[in-house]
Design a protein around this ligand. Structure first.
Ligand code: SF4
Length: 179
């Protein structure tokens, strides 16, 4: 059983805006998200962290359903202009670092965790996809959408606010685990 009290004390030290424990069965997986990746995201087909490198939506769903619980974490950062894509994307590195730290805390209690995070992986200057295997599978966290997860659906179901307006950038991660 995950010692949530301990985990929460440890997470208090990190710049996490909010966190929620969710049942993985509450997540919505849909081909629609995958279709948006394919038609709108410039990273589609360019990284092991993005589709189709992550496998089919069904394969992704099965991978996630191997876990019963997921810890959803959100970080927020205020930027001077949210329409400035560069400035907005620059806030992502800090979120990724927080995600790594939380994943490590969960891993200290239950070794087998699976992490989905924000946007495409940028560990390497040029991704090895598709010619060679991922160089750093332990550090590579696929993005949530790459698994066909419609996160807004779950956030709405759970009554979690996800649009803070103004120039607030919000990033989410999911850390899957079994108790
Ligand atoms: S770690 Fe490197 S090779 Fe692996 S997905 Fe990320 S960028 Fe690609």
């Amino acid at each position: 059983m995950l010692d949530r009290k301990l985990l929460e004390e440890q997470m208090c030290e990190l710049p996490i805006f909010e966190y929620h424990y969710i049942d993985v069965s509450r997540l919505t997986f849909t081909q629609r998200v995958r279709d948006i990746c394919r038609t709108e995201c410039p990273m589609y087909g360019k990284s092991w962290a993005c589709p189709p490198g992550t496998g089919t939506v069904e394969e992704c769903r099965q991978r996630c359903l191997a876990y019963k619980k997921a810890l959803l974490i959100a970080t927020v950062t205020e930027v001077s202009d949210i329409a400035n894509i560069r400035e907005t994307l620059d806030t992502r590195a800090d979120h990724e670092e927080v995600t790594r730290q939380v994943a490590e805390l969960v891993r200290q209690q239950t070794e087998d965790v699976y992490v989905l995070s924000s946007e495409a992986c940028d560990e390497c200057e040029t991704c090895a996809y598709p010619d060679a295997p991922c160089r750093f599978p332990d550090r590579m966290n696929p993005c949530i959408e790459s698994h066909g997860i419609l996160l807004t659906d779950t956030l709405e179901q759970l009554g979690i606010e996800f649009q803070y307006g103004g120039n607030i950038v919000t990033w989410f991660s999911l850390i899957f685990y079994n108790e």
